[in-house]
Design a protein. Structure first.
Length: 189
């Protein structure tokens, strides 16, 4: 991100520096977010935005968020909340929906980069998400990369030995370029 001319801040959504290579740990730790994305998840993510906003290197009128997998879902939640963000990019994340009580317009532009063969983000989930975005007047782009599955941006994904998890160099490169083009459009320099 720095090479592209942006200030980057990596939020610790699990809290207290928790790190694990175990999928079970990640599922357990992210459950608080997925159980209440508009509450617990949004509050923690907002706290991270507040830390970023305090940096003297940040233009507060040009802030955006990106996230991968779980972080992609967090990026979507922040887009739903608004917070003055100029953009949100979700790479191979679960397409969480805005909370039903929030029928307000979504004003943050959104880019979703998805593996076309990711069975965890199926046609029903995509259709429901796109319908929710349409109902809230969101500006969004949804790109599916043929042959790519979940975690397609992670060069170490193949070492996990998991079905539906694999690195896809072409999708990784294309999605990165899509994000840069999205930022050029919504956060012009």
């Amino acid at each position: 991100m720095a090479k592209a001319g942006y200030v980057a801040f990596c939020l610790d959504m699990y809290g207290q520096g928790k790190v694990s290579d175990e999928v079970a740990d990640a599922k357990e730790w992210s459950a608080a977010f997925y159980g209440d994305p508009a509450g617990h998840g949004r509050a923690r993510a907002r706290a991270g935005l507040d830390v970023l906003a305090k940096s003297r290197f940040v233009d507060h009128d040009r802030m955006a968020v990106i996230g991968y997998c779980y972080g992609g879902s967090v990026a979507l939640e922040l887009a739903y909340a608004g917070f003055g963000l100029k953009g949100a990019v979700c790479f191979h994340g679960s397409l969480i929906l805005p909370h039903e009580s929030e029928a307000t317009a979504i004003t943050t532009p959104i880019l979703v980069c998805n593996g076309a063969d990711d069975v965890w983000v199926g046609a029903d989930m995509i259709q429901a998400w796109q319908a929710a975005m349409g109902a809230r007047g969101a500006t969004y782009a949804f790109t599916s990369y043929p042959g790519a599955v979940h975690a397609f941006t992670n060069p170490g994904a193949d070492t996990r030995g998991m079905d539906n998890v694999a690195y896809h160099p072409a999708a990784d490169a294309a999605s990165w370029q899509a994000m840069l083009a999205f930022f050029d459009e919504h956060l012009p320099r």
